[in-house]
Design a protein around this ligand. Structure first.
Ligand SMILES: C[S@@+](CC[C@H](N)C(=O)[O-])C[C@H]1O[C@@H](n2cnc3c(N)ncnc32)[C@H](O)[C@@H]1O
Length: 280
């Protein structure tokens, strides 16, 4: 698949993703949330699309030393959950960029509804062509999203370029660990919109080549094998809403590829990692 078709595939997948603005609002209404008085303390239970919930954001924030004066960039920010959580809980300013316009617009509307628009903003952009000037941000974060981005050395280079000297990149991502068959790699890449996945050591090399000192590397694979099984069950529990919003075909396509993905995580062919690197 060339870069152009890969980009369209990713956008199509996220335009039809089971976690979306409509589903987040619907679930809150079903739970009796008063949307006219929505706060981040409530919204944070509905709007995340990474693994290990709020604890995973806290881990990145604390390792990177995010504080009230920080300006953070979330690269591939999705529905904006981590960006709002960081602004609300750490008092920082957060900018999110994402390739998929429907995600950016939805993230902005949820931010407006929760009263955080003075601290959090979103922009449609490809992370490989970051629109911000050199050394704009104190910290760049990313969670379970860089797996979609084809040219990882260029991605890291762009993230480092917009980080201030002495600032940090703190991110988690889905990784290859060996043993994945070419057929399963193709099926998962196509169905979930992944490009060639990095490994724990690939990312360390790319970070060092871009002028960073790698301070922390953590293999999250064992933990993710547990989390991902639960996540598959969560997607299955969204069956009625997903069919109503996106149709049975979309539900079955997602269910099939996600089942294969979780199986490969449990077999140890795929996994996850957390990285903290400082720009020298
Ligand atoms: C799993 S979601 C992100 C979830 C978010 N980090 C969170 O924790 O809620 C992955 C996001 O990556 C975005 N994405 C994929 N390729 C991208 C690229 N080249 N540049 C920017 N965003 C991209 C997708 O549009 C999608 O919104």
């Amino acid at each position: 698949m060339n870069n152009q078709s890969h980009t369209s595939n990713v956008v199509n997948i996220y335009d039809a993703h089971p976690i979306n603005e409509g589903q987040i609002l619907e679930k809150m209404k079903l739970d009796g949330v008063d949307l006219a008085a929505l706060t981040e303390d409530i919204l944070q239970n509905y709007d995340m699309d990474h693994y290990d919930g709020l604890a995973a954001i806290d881990k990145l924030a604390q390792s990177a030393g995010i504080e009230a004066g920080s300006h953070v960039l979330d690269v591939a920010s999705g529905m904006g959950g981590p960006a709002r959580y960081l602004a609300h809980n750490y008092g920082c300013q957060v900018t999110g960029i994402d390739l998929t316009t429907s995600r950016v617009e939805g993230a902005q509307r949820l931010t407006d509804m929760s009263g955080l628009s003075d601290k959090v903003k979103f922009q449609t952009a490809n992370a490989l062509e970051n629109p911000y000037p050199d050394q704009t941000f104190d910290v760049v974060i990313g969670q379970e999203a860089w797996c979609h981005i084809p040219d990882k050395p260029q991605l890291i280079k762009e993230c480092v370029r917009v980080t201030k000297v002495g600032g940090c990149l703190a991110f988690t991502d889905i990784l290859e660990r060996g043993g994945l068959s070419p057929e399963h790699r193709d099926e998962i890449s196509q169905g979930l919109g992944y490009s060639k996945l990095g490994t724990l050591s690939d990312y360390q090399v790319f970070l060092e080549q871009a002028g960073c000192v790698v301070e922390e590397v953590e293999d999250l694979s064992a933990r993710w094998a547990v989390i991902l099984r639960e996540r598959l069950e969560m997607y299955k529990s969204l069956r009625p809403q997903t069919i109503e919003m996106l149709g049975i075909e979309a539900f079955e396509r997602w269910d099939h590829v996600y089942t294969l993905y979780v199986d490969q995580i449990e077999k140890g062919h795929l996994g996850g990692g957390r990285f903290l690197a400082r720009r020298g």
